[in-house]
Structure formats: structure tokens, C-alpha cells
Design a protein around this ligand. Structure first.
Ligand SMILES: [Zn+2]
Length: 216
């Protein structure tokens, strides 16, 4: 769990989905997303609606080979992973920390670019949903302890009602050819395209640890 990412109670989730009369497909998506995300955080719930909407607009099944982009590292990437199977590990998910609650999905193509559908939370549409509005704005008026349930109810009632879509064209990056290069600092072998400034990223700007014991 990252700092600032507080847990949200899962109690009553099913009851609130029933009350909002969500379709069975949507309820399943949400249950799977919540289990994977380990919390029914508002962002993962909204993310599930975003991915479902984008798939429908693109006219694709979630079992096709799809590529996703998420414009925030918060919550929404997990909806792309769980529902559209665009994952970090299969390299079909790009998370670009632009800070917008927006996703883009396209189907696999051999072309250099692909037509995609971009879906985002539309600020203009939040005015009809006061809890989502203040939560989304990170307003101090939003009090998690007392408003969490109402926020969830509102997210389910809103569904796609807070989303806007557009058709976009995205660039597609093909599989890279590579050969191994040995880093002179650590002696490890890495793909040549990740080698820069005479050393590997770990010995350079991407180093993220300091050694506290010798190798065993
Ligand atoms: Zn190195």
C-alpha cells in the first residue's frame, strides 16, 4: 500500500451494486478488480467503468490482444490489467504519469499507428455527483470516514455518466531487437538499448538500493 492510499471497506459492496442495478458483467468486473487491487478504492471502481466503456466503443472483446495506456499510476492501471488483460508483465500496458484520470485502449495492429478509444473522467459531468466531485478534487470537504459509502453509491449510480470518450490515434512500438551488453560497474548483462552513459541503469540514474551485505 502506498502512502496516501488508504483502505476502503469492502462491506456492502455487493449490496450497493445491486441497489444501483448494475449489469452482471459490470458486477463481475468490479469484484475482480477489487480483489486484485485489494480494496474497493473509488479509483478502481471508476476505472472498471472506464475500461468497460472503452471496450464497447472499440467493439472488442476483453479476450482479444489489446494495448492500454493509463495516464495515472493511481488505481486505474489495475482495471486495464484485470479487465482488458493489458498487464505490465505482458508489456501491453503503458502507465504515463500525466496525472489525468484517463485511459486509452487499442487493438493489436501491424501498422505503426492504431486507432484507439480514450475515455476520461469529465469534470463538467461531475457537478451532478457531489461526492465524486469533492473526492476527485481532493477537497478537504471530502471526509472518508463518513462519506465513503455515499461516494461508492454515487460511483455506481453514475457509471458512465461521468465519462467522456474520444477517438484518437496512438503510436505503436514494435518488438525491439537487442543484444546483451556487460555493465563495467556491476558486471551484469543487460539489453543494449537500456545501456546509457557507459553503465547500466542500476549503476546509473535508476539505482534504487544500497548494499547492506555481500552477495551470498
Ligand atoms: Zn551496472
Amino acid at each position: 500500500m502506498q502512502p496516501g492510499h488508504t483502505r476502503h471497506s469492502t462491506g456492502g459492496l455487493d449490496a450497493r451494486m445491486e441497489a444501483a442495478d448494475l449489469e452482471e458483467r459490470m458486477k463481475n468486473y468490479i469484484r475482480q478488480c477489487v480483489a486484485f487491487h485489494t480494496s474497493p478504492a473509488p479509483g478502481i471502481l471508476i476505472g472498471a467503468f472506464m475500461v468497460d466503456y472503452a471496450l464497447e466503443l472499440l467493439g472488442v472483446s476483453p479476450y482479444e490482444k489489446l494495448y492500454g495506456v493509463c495516464e495515472t499510476p493511481k488505481c486505474a492501471p489495475d482495471a486495464l490489467q484485470v479487465i482488458a488483460h493489458c498487464t505490465t508483465g505482458n508489456n501491453r500496458l503503458r502507465v504515463i504519469p500525466i496525472g489525468k484520470f484517463a485511459i486509452t485502449i487499442n487493438a493489436a495492429t501491424k501498422e505503426a499507428t492504431a486507432e484507439a478509444v480514450r475515455v476520461f473522467v469529465d469534470l463538467k459531468k461531475l457537478k451532478n455527483y457531489p461526492f465524486i466531485d469533492i473526492w476527485y478534487a481532493n477537497s478537504p470537504e471530502y471526509v472518508k470516514a463518513t462519506m465513503d459509502e455515499m461516494l461508492q453509491q454515487e460511483i455506481f449510480r453514475a457509471g458512465r455518466g461521468i465519462l467522456t470518450s474520444e477517438r484518437v490515434r496512438v503510436t505503436v512500438s514494435g518488438k525491439r531487437k537487442w543484444k546483451p551488453v556487460t555493465c563495467p560497474c556491476c558486471g551484469d548483462s543487460i539489453p543494449d538499448y537500456l545501456f546509457g552513459d557507459g553503465k547500466c541503469g542500476g549503476c546509473g540514474p535508476m539505482g534504487y538500493y544500497e548494499k547492506i551485505s555481500g552477495k551470498q
